[in-house]
Design a protein around this ligand. Structure first.
Ligand code: FES
Ligand code: FES
Length: 219
C-alpha cells in the first residue's frame, strides 16, 4: 500500500467510525436493530421478520393470526386462511381482482396490511353465498353471463355488492350530475363505480346487466 492509499484508508475509517457513533448517540433505540439488520445483510441472509398478532372476523368466523407485519390482507386471506376465492391479479392496486369488503366498504386487499385491521369485519366472496344458496349478485352474474374465465369475478361481485350499497346510501360518484339528488343505478353510474375492476375477458356489458338487475332496474 502506498503512503497515499494508507492515509486515505485511515481517513475513511475515521469518517465511518464517526458517522456510526453519531448515529448511535442520536437514535440509540434503533441502533441495535439497525446493527442486527446490517449484520444479517453482511452475512448474506435476510433479517428476521417482525411478527405481530392480529384478530379479525372473516365471513362470520373469528380468526387470530401471528403475521409478518409486511403481510397484505390479500395474502393473509389466501395464504393463511386458505380463502382463495379472492384473487391476486396485479398485487398493486390496479385490477380490482382482490376486492373484499372491510367493515362494509370495498377495499383492494393487496394494498393494505393485515395487521392494520385488528378487530375488523371482512367479507370475501366465500362469505356472500354458497353454491346451494347464491347471493343475488352471484345468481345475476350467472344469469347474464357476466364472466368468461372468471378470474376477475369474485372481485367484480364484491365490488358490485358494495357499489349498490353506496348507491342506497346516496353516495355520489364522479359522474353524478346532481349532488343533492339520490344517485340512481344508471349504466353510466355503474360503469363509473365499477371502473376499478378490470376484466381482461371484456365481459363488461354483461356485468352491467347483472348489476342493473340486482339494483331492481330493467336490464
Ligand atoms: S390484485 Fe389487488 S388490485 Fe390487482
Ligand atoms: S371474466 Fe376473465 S378476466 Fe373477467
Amino acid at each position: 500500500m502506498t503512503e497515499c492509499n494508507h492515509i486515505n484508508a485511515g481517513r475513511r475509517g475515521v469518517l465511518i467510525a464517526g458517522a456510526l457513533s453519531a448515529t448511535a448517540v442520536a437514535v440509540p433505540s434503533v441502533a441495535g436493530a439497525a446493527g442486527a439488520v446490517n449484520t444479517a445483510t453482511q452475512a448474506g441472509v435476510s433479517p428476521p421478520p417482525v411478527l405481530m398478532q392480529v384478530s379479525f372476523d372473516v365471513n362470520g368466523r373469528r380468526h387470530s393470526l401471528e403475521l409478518d407485519t409486511r403481510t397484505s390482507l390479500l395474502d393473509a386471506l389466501r395464504e393463511h386462511l386458505q380463502l382463495t376465492g379472492t384473487k391476486k391479479g396485479c398485487d398493486h392496486g390496479q385490477c380490482g381482482a382482490c376486492t373484499v369488503m372491510l367493515d362494509g366498504q370495498r377495499i383492494n386487499a393487496c394494498l393494505t396490511l393485515a395487521v392494520m385491521h385488528d378487530g375488523a369485519r371482512v367479507t370475501t366472496i366465500e362469505g356472500l353465498g354458497t353454491p346451494d344458496k347464491l347471493h343475488p349478485m352471484q345468481a345475476a352474474f350467472i344469469a347474464h353471463d357476466g364472466f368468461q374465465c372468471g378470474y376477475c369475478t369474485p372481485g367484480q361481485i364484491c365490488s358490485a355488492v358494495a357499489a349498490l350499497a353506496e348507491l342506497r346510501q346516496g353516495i355520489p360518484s364522479h359522474v353524478s350530475t346532481d349532488l343533492n339528488a339520490a344517485p340512481q343505478a344508471t349504466p353510466e353510474e355503474l360503469r363509473e363505480r365499477m371502473s376499478g375492476n378490470i376484466c381482461r375477458c371484456g365481459a363488461y356489458s354483461n356485468i352491467i346487466e347483472a348489476i342493473t338487475e340486482v339494483a331492481g332496474r330493467p336490464a
